[in-house]
Structures are given as C-alpha cells and as structure tokens.
Design a protein around this ligand. Sequence first.
Ligand code: ADP
Ligand code: F6P
Length: 479
Amino acid sequence: MRQSSLVVVANRLPLDDNVAPDGACEWRRSPGGLASALHAILEGTTATWVGWGGGIGAAPPLPDIGTLRLRPVALSEDELRGYYEGFANTTLWPLYHDAVEQPVFDRGWWETYRTVNRRFAEAAAEVAEPGAAVWVQDYHLQLVPQMIRELRPDVLIGFFMHVPFPPPELFMQLPRRLELLGGMLGADLVGFQREQAAHNVAQLAGKMLGARGADDAIIYDGRVVRTGAFPVSIDVTEMEALSARPYVLNQARQLKHDLGQHKKVLLSVDRLDYTKGIEHRLTAYSELLRDGRIKVRDTVMVQVAVPSRERVESYRGLKDRIEREVGRINGEYGRVGEPAIHYLNQPFDRADLAALYRTADVMVVTPLRDGMNLVAKEYVAARADDTGALVLSEFAGAAAELQDAFQVNPHDLDGLKKTLLDALDATPADLRRRMQAMRAHITENDIHAWARAYLSALDHTGQLARRLPRQRAVLADRA
Ligand code: ADP
Ligand code: F6P
C-alpha cells in the first residue's frame, strides 16, 4: 500500500465517470465549490485523495491523476441513500443552511452515516504515512477526525467545513449533536469560512461538552483544538487566463449576438439547490417586468442551474417549481424569438462558463445562505477589463470579502429589485472602481493563499502540540 505525507479526505473524488480504455483518467471538475477548490491545489502534488468515485458498489482501483493518487471508497445503494442523500443532504445540509428547508431526522440514516464515516477513516488511516497530515473536508465526514485519531494517533488531523456552521440554537436540534461535535473536535485544527462559525463552535463546546476555550482554540479531551476562519477561494490566474483565450472571447461574442447585441444580460450560475435563492430571484425579475421597470427588448436573464442531488425529494420539487415559474415568466413577458429568461439545466465546461461570465453585464449571486460561493469570485476573476456588476447576497460567505459588490438581502424582494436596477444602471466609472477593488482582493487571497494559510496553521498546530503542556497551561489561564 502506497502511503502519502498529505492525505485529503472528501466525499467525492473529482474524476471523470469514464476512465479511458488506456486507463487514463481526467479531472471531471464536478460542479461544486469543494471540487473546484481542491482540484486547484492538489493537481501536481503527491497527495492521496480519499473519496467516493460516484458509482454504486465495489470501487475498482483508480489510476493516478498525474502525480495525485486516488483512493476510492465504495458505497452501496442503501449507503448512498442513508449517508449522502439522507443524513448529509436531508438532515445536515438544510440545518446548516439556516433550515431554509425543514431538516429531516431519521435514525436509520444516522447509523449509515456513522458506518460510512468509519469506512472513510479506515481508508485514510491506511494511506497516511507515519506522521502524515490528514485533511478531512466538509459536513459529510464530520465524525472522521475523531475516528482517525483513534486509528492513527501519530497523524496530524485537519478538518475544514465548506458550508456554514449554524448558530447553537439550530445545531442543538440535532438528535446526535454530541457525537457530531465531538467527532469534528477530534481534529487538531478545525477551519471554517467565517469567524462566526468558530464562535458558534466554541459556544457549543462549552455548553454541551464542558470544554473551555475561545474562538481560536478549545480545550477538549485533554488536547488543544485550534479553530479559525480560512475563507476558501479560486484559482484566479487560471480563470483570468481562461477568460482571455480566443475560444472564450469568440464564444462570448457569439453569446452576446445570440442574446441580443444591445441588451443588458443578467446571469446566474448555481447548482440547482434551494439554498441558492433561485425562486426569490425569479420573483424579483418577474416583478420588475410586471412593473415595466425592465423590458424584454433591452434586458435578458440567463439562469444556469446545474442538476444536483436529483433523487432527493426537496430538490425534485424545487426543479419542478423553477421550471414552472420560468415557463410562466416567458409565457407572460417573452416575445417570439425573445424569451425573458434562458434556463439551462445542464453542466458546462469551464471555458463555456468563462464565456458566460464574460457576457454578463450583471452577475446575480443571491443565495439565502452559502458557505462561500465561488461563482461570485469566478465572475470577478473573469472580468479582467474591470467591467460588469456583481449583485451579491449578504448571506454568502463571499460577502465578507467582496464588499464592493452590490450587496443585498435576498429575502427582501423590494430591496432585491432595487439592487438589480442599481446594478443595471451603474455608471462605468462606478463599476470599474468596484471591480478593481474586488479583483485586488481575490488576487491576493486566491486558492493557493487559502491552502498555504490552512496547511501552515495545521503545521504550526503540530509544532505546538509537541509543546502541549505549556500551551495548554497558557490557554487554560486565558479561558
Ligand atoms: P456549491 O459548492 O454550493 O456548489 P460554489 O459557488 O461555491 O457553490 O461552487 C460552484 C462551483 O461549481 C463553481 O466552481 C462553478 O464554476 C461550478 N459550476 C456551477 N454551475 C456549473 C455548471 N452548470 N457546469 C459546470 N460547473 C458549474
Ligand atoms: O460546497 C458544499 C458541497 O456540498 C461540496 O461539498 C460539494 O462539492 C458541493 O457542495 C456539491 O455537492 P454534491 O457533491 O452533493 O454534488
């Protein structure tokens, strides 16, 4: 068994469903922030990525992707339903996103979640070399840090939560809250997108586990668990280079021509998920048409909604509602050859996404709650000419960083309508100033900076752990 000094454990392996006949295997770049972020930093390293390969049943060994090694974890049909669709995406996902959809608590799902988490932990323990760093990702695998600690006390364990961590009063609803909190605190360093999440965890640890500590460290189980905010980002250089390619520029010209040369283009790009605020956005747009504040002859909307978690009931219902609403809006306001909304329920490759970003006068990113939202950062990276407006929800993690966006509360329909109009009517000088400020921020805080910040904090934690008694005493004094 080959072992690595860095092991990343994430629910999904980001590989193409089809391994070519010669065994070659390509990045699938599945939609989703986690795959986008990790792809950028792991490509070209000798790390091992432990994850689910996307199929059902036995997981065949997978070829390396360049130097990166893949260690697939198998899931049965029942496990897929109980662990991924059930506990991860019908219990934790809605609860962690402010319960914008009612979370479902099912005891059977919990057992499956625990069994599958154990399988991921065992796979990681197998491929970690002595003293390795094992970096566990996201809410699917919240029990894994503690499980790895039991299996491999010699390794340094990191955990990063890509989604929001909820306020105590929401987390407390979870029937298995103690195990979930303790599982995550099995890590040496627990990273979040925003400071508030670290604060929430510190409060919960005090209240439920009798732990002591502050927002940057918690003393639990005789150890110091470091916590902190590490806002995830994108490969800015890659997106800039991509959006300057002749193919992308041609595609953007063609799109502009097809959508209407003189029209202002509003664009949204989301996984088809109820946290993304698609319905609120459609309502705002439709009301602007109804009120005559915008007209289809000079404005058009493009909504890309990539299929996601399609067997989960709440996602199926959402898809039906969105499709009905798009049909209604086009029926009421569209004209022959001139729809009000272009709705695209399909995946796009990176170059075509970049062309869309280049075409959009206004990028509308209005989730009801989002850990970060990398689409917002991708749009900014693609606008190297400092044009374009970003409308951004206050409830996206990205809002803490992209303060020069047109920020909005997506629940406030009148506010949303007004902000869309402000963005459509903004002067080129105002847009340039905003875009330059946002571009400067993401250039400095790109995905490589994120990985460096997290991994050096993890390393530092490891060094501190070797001086644990002194460190613990210092913290205990402060707490
Ligand atoms: P989430 O992680 O909730 O899906 P993010 O906005 O952080 O949200 O990340 C979404 C990622 O998926 C981005 O990198 C984006 O480019 C990609 N993506 C979104 N829609 C599509 C699509 N239709 N086709 C391909 N990739 C997509
Ligand atoms: O960003 C949150 C997240 O759950 C990621 O873990 C994942 O990459 C993305 O959303 C897409 O979700 P899924 O893997 O369920 O398609």
